[in-house]
Design a protein around this ligand. Sequence first.
Ligand code: ADP
Ligand code: MG
Length: 243
Amino acid sequence: MQEEIIRAEKFNTLAGLAASIAHEVRNPLTVVKGFLQLMKEEKKDSNQQYYSLVLSELGRAENIINDYLSFAKPELKSVEDVKLLENIHEILALLHPYAIKDGVHLNELIEISDHLLVRVDRNQLKQALVNFVKNAIEATPNGGNVTLVVQKSSDLVTIHISDTGKGMNKEELSRIGTLFYTTKDKGTGLGTMVSIRIIEAMRGTVSYQSKEFVGTTVSISLPIRRDETSSIHTFKDKNKQVI
Ligand code: ADP
Ligand code: MG
């Protein structure tokens, strides 16, 4: 118990520190990016070729900062009833170019109606799902597949993200989602941890299944807030309206 408390305190201090550093660094970064963008548009400049490179590296730094910020402050800002299907379509549109760039096929098998509502913070959910799908794409070699299956089962909706990537062994699987665990050169080891925390804050669960050299499936379940198509079945007890 004592150990737990000390660890929690350490975690809070670290989280606070991460947030303040991230805030401080993000401001100058945004300014520099703005100026570079302007200089890039100045076509006469002989340094043209460098601007794209510098801008892309700055973008990467920005990603790291954003990961740290959401790691430190994952609380849900605006919880509302969100159409899950709409949210998933936005994510797929966002990630298709990313998959194409890596030579990965992004497939979908969606078996829910567009009335299905979940009670979440729209942007946070998007961020979490993007993280999971990005990891799947990054683990998958050229020509491989990443497949999103969305299914409903009584009061839960589950999003399975499967990849034909490198998979994980038992040891790796036990480390996924722990702070700073990464096997990538340019990884932060924060994405999964942040995403799991976001899903859990929405009363959801995350589970992994993986086989080394075969692939991984991450399953994200969320409670269904309402699904018009099934309201006839759930409306039995007048005093217990399903809302
Ligand atoms: P990062 O992506 O920055 O490395 P994450 O927290 O998102 O950090 O992921 C941590 C690690 O978990 C990754 O570096 C990778 O080794 C492993 N991982 C996550 N998702 C998958 C996946 N779908 N297949 C194989 N390994 C994965
Ligand atoms: Mg990641």
